[in-house]
Design a protein around this ligand. Structure first.
Ligand code: NOJ
Ligand code: CA
Length: 576
């Protein structure tokens, strides 16, 4: 769904049966052309329940290797990537990506994380990477019945960096869909009342700068309808934001008085626009679970089929986001949402492990330093965008929410409404790319819910926004065709008869010669090219761009010329 219509599931399997007097242990290995997965199945006949206190799995890497990872944390993935020699690595979250000195690319992760804590990696020296599980407040890692199985421990393997991206291993190690009728699950492009809050010109709370007002909602719905965009998100629409970051207790069925949700949903329906609901929990899980069914049912009655969730804040009673308690909660939300035909986009989530195959309503999630960091911190560095596809996104789709056109935030900074609201804001925030690289990210950073995250006034009348108008979040086929980790990438996606190409580079200006042999033979395509301007430079001239058209066939090559932290995006449409 969204990325590839078909994925080959082709492997050899071995089951090793081990037992002693009390315990039967099955060790299952599945070996694919693109990697390996293994898991443990336990049956402890005479026990009522099992407490797991440690996992001893170790990944022993023989050759020297370079590694790309974020530090291990049981609370957050919103961290910067480190490029390190494996020997100096201390710990990491997964996916951790490696390149050995003999040129093999590896990525260690897990698949089908179900009723178990997340696995992180602890380097025990000698290139031995041991599993280190998140735990309950009392230190126990997992609390289980006497029969259980672990998630798969996975190693993706490739000769080229892009092989990791083109691998289907994680999905292949998950169960087929448990949702029989999936016709209500649809990839979409969306916009939303969102960036204004992050850049500080609007608020989530109902004051004179409130973003989610009825008037604003109508403007966003009209803009979406006029620009071939399927969905609109509203944050700060419900009561409880006054205490966000403190003792917040959100109410998920009480809109603010200036957000007429019945009128808005009716208006959206007439315009054939999907409203994306929002449930920020602030980490107050029991408050959310108490209202879960009721709020999903209410949304369904209003015609809302898609919900963004949020967990910005510590869980209560010492629970961690990524422990078994958290894993259970995130899964419960997905399962309950499915009962009401609602799709989920989780922020501050548990990391993806391919469960979208089993629950295709689990559309996308954050779990990364996303766009928001560019609004109120020193921002994500130029190479962040070239690390994500080879690390975080190997695990599954990501709601990064690219597409800032006001890259220096000049318009927001000049607004009299702007207030600093986040302690990370040192006054130097901006998006550290060119405008064209932001466009390319719509193709590169895969998400079946793909957001154009800037405020609509920054898109209105902008010629380069045509790319998003033409873009399709629902592709039939995808392939990363060139790339090196942290340096550059080029990705192609096909949707119906169109092809979309996105390419990007780190802080180095770069030219990539790309073979267009992914196009269908015998057809001529018109390529509409959104390129960095000749004088573009991400520091001094980030918004310089040009749009060019040319006719091409599958026999041609194309030179992608990119500025520093630049990019290129192309739409190919068959003309004959
Ligand atoms: C953090 C999320 O990542 C962001 O998208 C959202 O706007 C805020 N929390 C508020 O819910
Ligand atoms: Ca976040």
């Amino acid at each position: 769904m969204g990325e590839n219509k078909e994925i080959r599931n082709h492997y050899n399997e071995i089951l090793v049966e081990l037992s002693n007097k009390q315990t039967a242990l099955n060790l299952i290995f599945k070996v694919f052309n693109d990697g390996v997965g293994f898991r443990y199945q336990y049956d402890v006949a005479n026990a009522d329940s099992i407490f797991i206190t440690d996992e001893l799995t170790a990944f022993n890497i023989t050759p020297q290797a370079k590694s790309w990872s974020i530090p291990a944390s049981f609370e957050t993935y919103e961290l910067l990537y480190r490029t390190m020699d494996l020997d100096s690595l201390d710990n990491a979250n997964t996916p951790i990506t490696l390149k050995t000195e003999d040129g093999t690319y590896l990525s260690i992760h897990e698949a089908a994380l179900t009723d178990f804590p997340e696995m992180t990696i602890k380097h025990n020296g000698n290139r031995s990477l041991k599993s280190h599980l998140a735990h309950w407040p009392d230190g126990i890692k997992a609390k289980l019945a006497n029969k259980f199985q672990t998630p798969w421990r996975t190693i993706q393997i490739g000769d080229k960096a892009v092989d990791l991206i083109n691998s289907g291993l994680i999905l292949n190690l998950n169960e087929p869909s448990k949702i029989a009728n999936t016709s209500w699950i649809k990839p979409m492009k969306y916009i939303g009342v969102w960036w204004g809050m992050h850049v500080g010109t609007e608020t989530w709370v109902m004051d004179e700068r409130h973003g989610a007002t009825t008037a604003n909602a109508i403007k966003y719905i009209d803009f979406a309808a006029a620009h071939n965009i399927e969905g609109v998100l509203f944050e700060g629409w419900n009561e409880g934001w006054e205490n966000w970051g403190g003792s917040q207790k959100f109410d998920y069925t009480k809109p603010y008085a200036d957000f007429d949700i019945e009128y808005i949903t009716k208006y959206a329906k007439e315009k054939e626009i999907e409203i994306i609901g929002h449930h920020e929990t602030g980490g107050f899980i029991t408050n959310y679970e108490d209202q879960l069914e009721k709020s999903f049912m209410w949304y369904k009655e209003l015609g809302i089929h898609s919900v963004k969730t949020g967990y910005a804040g510590a869980f209560k009673a010492g629970h961690s986001h990524h422990g078994q308690y958290g894993v259970r909660h995130y899964r419960k939300v997905v399962e309950d949402a499915a009962k009401f035909e609602i799709t989920i986009n989780a922020h501050e989530p548990i990391k993806p492990t391919g469960i979208r195959r089993t629950y295709p309503n689990m559309m996308t999630r954050e779990g990364t330093r996303g766009m928001e960091w560019n609004a109120w911190s020193e921002g994500n560095p130029a190479d962040h965008y070239l690390l994500l596809p080879f690390t975080r996104i190997l695990a599954g789709p990501m709601d990064y929410t690219p597409g800032t056109f006001d890259v220096t935030l000049e318009k927001s900074k000049n607004s009299p409404n702007r207030r600093k609201w986040n302690d990370n804001d040192k006054g130097n925030s901006r998006v550290n790319t060119t405008l064209t690289k932001q466009i390319a990210m719509w193709v590169i950073l895969y998400s079946p819910l793909q957001m154009a995250s800037d405020m609509i006034e920054n898109y209105e009348g902008h010629p380069a926004f045509q790319f998003f108008v033409d873009f399709d979040a629902d592709s039939d086929w995808s392939k990363a065709i060139a790339g090196e980790i942290g340096e550059y990438i080029a990705v192609v996606r096909k949707a119906d008869d169109k092809f979309f190409l996105g390419a990007a580079t780190n802080a180095e200006a770069r030219t990539l010669d790309i073979n267009l042999d992914f196009l269908e033979d015998g057809k001529t395509y018109e390529a509409t090219i959104y390129a960095d301007g000749d004088d573009a430079d991400w520091v001094t001239n980030p918004t310089s761009y040009k749009i060019e058209k040319k006719q091409v066939t599958s026999k041609d090559t194309h030179s992608i010329v990119m500025a520093t932290s630049g990019g290129q995006a192309i739409v190919f449409e068959a003309v004959k």
